[in-house]
Write a protein that binds this ligand. Structure first.
Ligand SMILES: Cc1cc2nc3c(=O)[nH]c(=O)nc-3n(C[C@H](O)[C@H](O)[C@H](O)COP(=O)(O)OP(=O)(O)OC[C@H]3O[C@@H](n4cnc5c(N)ncnc54)[C@H](O)[C@@H]3O)c2cc1C
Ligand SMILES: *[C@@H]1O[C@H](CO)[C@@H](O)[C@H](O)[C@H]1NC(C)=O
Ligand SMILES: *[C@@H]1O[C@H](CO)[C@@H](O)[C@H](O)[C@H]1NC(C)=O
Ligand SMILES: *[C@@H]1O[C@H](CO)[C@@H](O)[C@H](O)[C@H]1NC(C)=O
Ligand SMILES: *[C@@H]1O[C@H](CO)[C@@H](O)[C@H](O)[C@H]1NC(C)=O
Ligand SMILES: *[C@@H]1O[C@H](CO)[C@@H](O)[C@H](O)[C@H]1NC(C)=O
Ligand SMILES: *[C@@H]1O[C@H](CO)[C@@H](O)[C@H](O)[C@H]1NC(C)=O
Length: 536
């Protein structure tokens, strides 16, 4: 027995070394040979031997579920300064059979840009250094590199013009690369559509290491990268986007009601109102636990939020006609620039310097925490009794810091054809739902408790939301909605399995995405747990 154990030790030891250390060495060697500027590329590569490996790996990772010691970590992290470094990385990963994960802002809900559920060794290409933003006010366009955050783009726009904006998300630390790859919506999307709807050109590095623009990649690939989800078609270096006009002053309003103050009735009514308000109005409801009242009673609150492309004096009369039950008044509202509305949405205050948008470590409930999230689309108002049931789920311990956000659809989203870009959730949606549950470091050993709470909540909602398929938003990545089990590497990207989540994210656009993938990356180099599969 002892001899057998010794033998096992002897056999396994060298294997462990070759599985980690040696390929890193080979990879480095390959990079140096491949890169025309070998002196500079070595200093951009971090392996476990570099003391800053962990801090670089964790730098933009937003979901702490994937920064634990048991999370599979990359063989190396490359932080390119130049397209040629990316070309060399792609070349060497293919040559050595390493998988590649591209990271821009690290906000993927399932950590797909910096970890993997596969057994295979992988490399992280972190684009954080490629973040230039060039705004052309005259033409109302901008070239923005993928490693920039949306906040850096908003800052640069605001610095040049008080009346231009870009219709992307409102968590300002979100990376441009992943966000535009998956659609991207924010507080003016009912007027201007998704971020990806406003992309007019792009520079992409394909599997062969070529740099392609819209013209040379062709309209099929250009269509696919604007919403087909990141990590499937290549590495987008930069995007040319169309900027949109906004007034110098907008109106942001916020009203919080306790359920005891008829909040359920309000949310119920809003379901039939939000999606038919003028395009200039963005509205949402965030439902969460409030502090218990003095007699110790647990409370739930619903916070109505809105952004209006105009003044308070225009907005209040409009709301008193369309949604009088809310009782919106001047004291609920503030006027501010569009850039400030994006800060107000997460900080609930004004007057912070615009430089706040450049801070990459700002904290919100979805950033830099342990969380699980899911999404839904709602086509018919949910009855009051069902809403009551939903709120009751918030009374349990696991839901301490859970939030459910309803965001009204409609406006231009009703007018853009489903096939225009890969994001299919357009007409006929009243609103979308984001469910989030957070927990603290001390509770991470019990993370399953929170994950299961989220899954029960999702099951509870099934009768009231979109069906066949139950639609989901690819930028709110959710590995639960795919096949239940990862059998092995090759099987995971199998078309039939991928179709399960593929139809939910992309509906009838899924097959076109598969066709593009088959054409541009038939060997499935750009892959992750939910990347678009090529046909065999
Ligand atoms: C705090 C927070 C707030 C959010 N707010 C919003 C919001 O208001 N609206 C909204 O629509 N969404 C929002 N999201 C979701 C967000 O849009 C997605 O998580 C988005 O994919 C993040 O992009 P990223 O570059 O930060 O992510 P990453 O984790 O870097 O990448 C996401 C995916 O895209 C791939 N990818 C990254 N860069 C590239 C590239 N250059 N080329 C090709 N593929 C690439 C990655 O491999 C990965 O698969 C939010 C998320 C968080 C955590
Ligand atoms: C090569 O490396 C040097 C030193 O880091 C740098 O100054 C130069 O810009 C690099 N050239 C290219 C083409 O990357
Ligand atoms: C990592 O360590 C190697 C070997 O010591 C070194 O050459 C390289 O410059 C280091 N990388 C960084 C980013 O510091
Ligand atoms: C709640 O709604 C009911 C029925 O619509 C109404 O009678 C009651 O006055 C409302 N209560 C509050 C506090 O607004
Ligand atoms: C709850 O109470 C804590 C401590 O008193 C406070 O910091 C927090 O802001 C309160 N939260 C809400 C939602 O009122
Ligand atoms: C915007 O609104 C604020 C507050 O109402 C006001 O002080 C400011 O002058 C307005 N700015 C513009 C450009 O209209
Ligand atoms: C960025 O935000 C974090 C968290 O709010 C804060 O600790 C840090 O000081 C900020 N950094 C800068 C440069 O303002």
């Amino acid at each position: 027995m002892l001899r057998f154990l010794l033998l096992l030790l002897l056999l396994s030891f060298p294997w462990r070394i070759s599985a980690s250390a040696q390929p890193a060495g080979e990879f480095l060697q390959c990079l140096s040979l491949r890169s025309r500027n070998s002196s500079s590329i070595a200093s951009l590569v971090y392996t476990r031997h570099n003391s800053s490996y962990s801090s670089v790996l964790d730098s933009s990772a937003q979901n702490f579920r994937f920064t634990t010691p048991s999370t599979p970590a990359p063989l190396a992290i490359i932080t390119p300064l130049h397209a040629s470094h990316i070309e060399a990385t792609v070349y060497c990963c293919r040559k050595l059979g390493l998988q590649l994960r591209t990271r821009s802002g690290g906000h993927d809900f399932e950590g797909l840009s910096y970890t993997t559920a596969y057994k295979a060794p992988f490399v992280v290409l972190d684009l954080a250094n490629l973040r230039s933003v060039e705004v052309d006010v005259e033409k109302a366009t901008a070239w923005v590199e993928s490693g920039a955050t949306v906040g850096e783009l908003y800052y640069e726009i605001a610095r040049r013009s008080a009346t231009l904006a870009f219709p992307a998300g409102i968590g300002h630390t979100i990376g441009i690369g992943g966000h535009l790859s998956g659609g991207g919506y924010g507080n003016i999307f009912r007027k201007y559509g998704l971020a990806a709807d406003n992309v007019i050109d792009a520079r992409l590095i394909d599997v062969k290491g070529r740099i392609l623009d819209r013209k040379s990649m062709g309209e099929d690939l250009f269509w696919a990268i604007r919403g087909g989800g990141g990590g499937s078609f290549g590495i987008v270096l930069a995007w040319k986007v169309k900027l949109v006009p906004v007034p110098a002053n907008l109106t942001s309003c916020s009203v919080t009601k306790m359920l005891e103050q008829n909040a359920t009735e309000l949310v119920h009514q809003w379901q039939s109102v939000g999606h038919i308000l003028p395009k200039e109005v963005h509205t949402s409801f965030a439902i969460s636990r409030a502090n218990s009242s003095e007699d110790g009673k647990m409370m739930v609150q619903a916070t109505f939020g809105s952004v209006f492309l105009g003044t308070t004096d225009e907005f209040l009369p409009l709301m008193s006609v369309k949604f009088p039950e809310l009782g919106l008044s001047k004291e609920h509202c503030l006027e501010m620039s569009w850039a400030q509305t994006t800060i107000y949405a997460t900080q609930f205050r004004t007057g912070l310097p615009l430089e706040f948008l450049l801070n990459r470590t700002q904290v919100s409930s979805l950033s830099k925490s342990f969380f699980k999230a899911k999404s839904d689309f709602v086509k018919q108002p949910i009855p009051v009794s069902a809403l009551d049931g939903l709120w009751s789920k918030l009374y349990v311990e696991e839901a301490r810091s859970a939030t459910i956000v309803f965001v009204a659809y409609g406006g231009i989203m009703d007018e853009i054809p489903e096939t225009e870009t890969p994001s299919p959730h357009r007409a006929d949606n009243l609103y979308t739902v984001l469910y989030v549950v957070n927990w603290g470091e001390d509770e991470n050993a019990n993370s399953e408790k929170y994950m299961n709470w989220m899954r029960r909540l999702y099951d509870y909602m099934a009768p009231f939301v979109s069906k066949s398929p139950r639609e989901a938003y690819v930028n709110y990545r959710d590995l639960d909605i795919g096949a239940n089990k990862i059998d092995n590497d090759d099987d995971e990207n199998n078309y039939e399995k991928a179709k399960i989540w593929g139809l939910k994210y992309f509906n009838n656009n899924f097959d076109r995405l598969v066709q593009v993938k088959t054409k541009v990356d038939p060997e499935n180099f750009f892959r992750h747990e939910q990347s678009i599969p090529p046909l065999p």
